[in-house]
Structure formats: C-alpha cells, structure tokens
Design a protein around this ligand. Structure first.
Ligand SMILES: Cc1cc2nc3c(=O)[nH]c(=O)nc-3n(C[C@H](O)[C@H](O)[C@H](O)COP(=O)(O)O)c2cc1C
Length: 354
C-alpha cells in the first residue's frame, strides 16, 4: 500500500482486502448512520486556542490513569472478531499496543482467548465485559482476565440488545471464530450472538462484578450525566463516554457532545474517558482540554490490522501519537496532563451551541 500519512489513509486499502460482510460489519453503524457520521464531525465543532512562547522543546504525552502512568492518553477500544480482519487478530493488536505503550482493551467477543493474549504479550491491558444470559460464559471470561493479569474491567452498558444494523442484515455477515458463545465454530449471524446478551442488567450487577473480580470496573457507554452520577455512586472506577461507535442507537449524542456534562457530573471523582470518531492528534488534545483523562480509538485500528497486521497497527498508533506531540507543541501546552478548558472554545464555524 502507499505510505499512510494519517489514520484515514488506512480505510481504503482495508476495504480492498476485507470480505464485503466483514467490511460492512466493521465500518457500519445503526440506522441511517447519523450518529456514526457525527462522531467524527463533532470534534471539529471545537476550536483550539493556542498559547505561544511556552518552551515546547520537550513534549510529554503521558497521563495518569487508575494509578498507572500511561505513555500517552490513547487506548485501543474493545472491538469484536479481530481474526476476521487478519489471521493474527487480537494477538497482532496486543503486540502493536505493547510496542507503542498503548493499553489494549480486549473485547468479550474476542477471537483469541483472554488467557492466550495474556500469555503471548506482557503489557498492561484491560478486559471488556459483556454480561450474557448464560452467566457462566461471562464468569469464565472474567476468570481468565483476572488470572491473566488484566488490570481493569470495562463493563459495556449500552448493549442490552443489538443495535439496528442494516448493513449486516443485508450482507448476512456471519462469524465463526469467537471464543465465547459459539464454540462449535459454526457460522453464526451477529444478530444471534447479540441475542445472547442479558438485557436485564441493572446497577446491582456493577457492584457485583467489582466484588467478584476484585478489579476496578469502568462503565463504557454512558452518555447521560445522571447515569455518570449513578456510576460513581455504584462504585465504578471510571466512566467511558461512548455511543459504541454509532453502532447501537442512531441519533444519540456523539461522545464529544456528551463529554462536558458527564465531566461536570463526575466532578473529578473518577476518570472520564471518551471515544467515537477520534482520528487526529488534535482531537485528543480537545478531549483532554475538555476534561477527559484519556480517549479510546476504534475502527482505524481494524483498518490498519486488516491492511498490515501488527506492523500496520503499530504504524497507525505511532502516527496518532506523533500528531498528538505535534499538536501539543503547536497549542503551547508541552504536557498533555496540563491541558485545560482555556485551550478550547466552541468553534465559530459550527454555529450556536444548543
Ligand atoms: C467492529 C467493531 C466492533 C466493536 N466491538 C465492541 C465490543 O466487542 N465491545 C465494546 O464494548 N465495544 C465494541 N465496539 C465499540 C468500540 O469499543 C468503540 O466504542 C468505538 O468503535 C469507538 O468509535 P470509533 O470506531 O469511531 O473510534 C466495537 C466497534 C467496532 C467498530
């Protein structure tokens, strides 16, 4: 492929190598994909207000999160079925994360067992939890995560049922590699796998998961500030503002637009992370300036994985980090952790804030 200069450059080559059903599954969103499109657009509704003459000879991208120093504030979001993108799947992503100081969040819908990823790659990582109707399946995954040294659990709370995803309905995309639920290896529609999620989950389950695992539990998929307050009250170790990459309910707020009220509601009690449409180093700067502690990166990782496996993901994560360093220098804030609201304002070109 030609030399990718940014995360967008990976998408077209990935589209060439991916089978049509997998491409639709990875790229697509729910309904009319209004939220999917807005996720990326919403970061551009904020303008940066750089400061000058601030000695940016040395730029420090590191941040603190759950008692650990992270080299930079970008985590790889949990994403299902990575061996449908590349034969090395989650192992390639995990190795690329280890090489770039990036914390990977491994999905419950992984195509490589959590224990296998842990045995193959010695680096900090988190595990994402879906609670299935068959609680024994979830318990086994969590047990592997605890034994494998995963440092935190990310309970995804925006998936009581699957989103209305027409690309998958049209393509008839099936998966045969997940390690949980359809262990027979027979092709299964994503809709059938989604039907295994337990829609009766409540706040009580959050406390139970934390108590049973002994790990910090972050809640992923919070958009409403009242839910952010409830998350803190339930003992969550962090809140991830996310609309699941526009894949669940269409026309909900973007992560970027939901961020401010959630940060206000949480009021520093726990870390707040955000995802959805983060594609540029300056998007990361805006997220941190507006109160996020870190961001998660989704689809571009899959495009890079499909295109060039571990090397592709390593390169893509390096590009985003280089853009972040560039943006920190140009915005006049050499330490990522010093970003604050003084560096941003609603963009004049985006119209009045509702
Ligand atoms: C193909 C795909 C699979 C995903 N699988 C999961 C998953 O298993 N668990 C989860 O919590 N989120 C999942 N997500 C959502 C991501 O974790 C993340 O919230 C979203 O992709 C971020 O948006 P972005 O892709 O625009 O960066 C998935 C997203 C994609 C694109």
């Amino acid at each position: 492929m030609s030399d990718p200069q940014n995360l967008h450059d990976y998408e077209a080559p990935a589209a060439e190598v991916l089978e049509a059903g997998a491409l639709g599954y990875y790229a697509g969103g729910a309904g009319d994909e209004i939220t999917l499109a807005d996720n990326t657009a919403s970061w551009s509704r904020w303008a940066l207000k750089p400061r000058v003459l601030r000695d940016v000879a040395h730029v420090d991208t590191s941040v603190e999160l759950l008692g650990r120093t992270h080299e930079h504030p970008v985590l790889v979001a949990p994403m299902a079925y990575q061996r449908h993108a590349h034969p090395d799947g989650e192992l390639a992503t995990a190795r690329a994360c280890a090489a770039t100081g990036t914390t990977m969040v491994l999905s419950s819908q992984t195509t490589t067992p959590p224990a296998e990823v842990a045995a193959a790659v010695d680096a900090p990582r988190w595990f994402q939890v879906y609670v299935f109707k068959d609680r024994a399946v979830t318990a086994d995954l969590v047990e592997q995560a605890v034994a494998g040294g995963y440092e935190a659990l990310v309970l995804t709370v925006d998936f009581p049922v699957g989103g209305w995803r027409e690309r998958d309905r049209r393509s008839g995309f099936t998966v045969d590699k997940p390690v949980a639920l359809n262990t027979s290896g027979s092709p299964t529609s994503t809709a059938d796998l989604f039907a295994a999620h337990d829609p009766s989950l409540t706040w009580d389950d959050v406390e139970r998961l934390a108590a049973d695992s002994g790990l910090p539990v972050l809640l992923k998929g919070v958009l409403h500030p009242d839910d952010a307050r409830l998350a803190v009250a339930a003992g969550a170790a962090g809140v991830i503002v996310s609309n699941h990459g526009g894949r669940q309910l269409d026309t909900v707020l973007s992560g970027s637009d939901a961020l401010g009220p959630v940060v206000e509601a949480v009021d520093g009690a726990v870390p707040v992370l955000v995802d959805g449409g983060v594609r540029r180093g300056w998007d990361v700067v805006k997220a941190l300036a507006r109160g996020a502690d870190a961001v998660l990166l989704g689809r571009p990782v899959l495009w890079a994985l499909a295109t060039d496996g571990e090397a592709g993901v390593t390169h893509a994560l390096g590009l985003l980090r280089a853009e972040l360093e560039n943006a920190l220098a140009l915005v006049g804030c050499p330490r990522a952790r010093d970003l604050d609201a003084s560096f941003v304002q609603p963009a004049p070109w985006a119209g009045p804030v509702p």
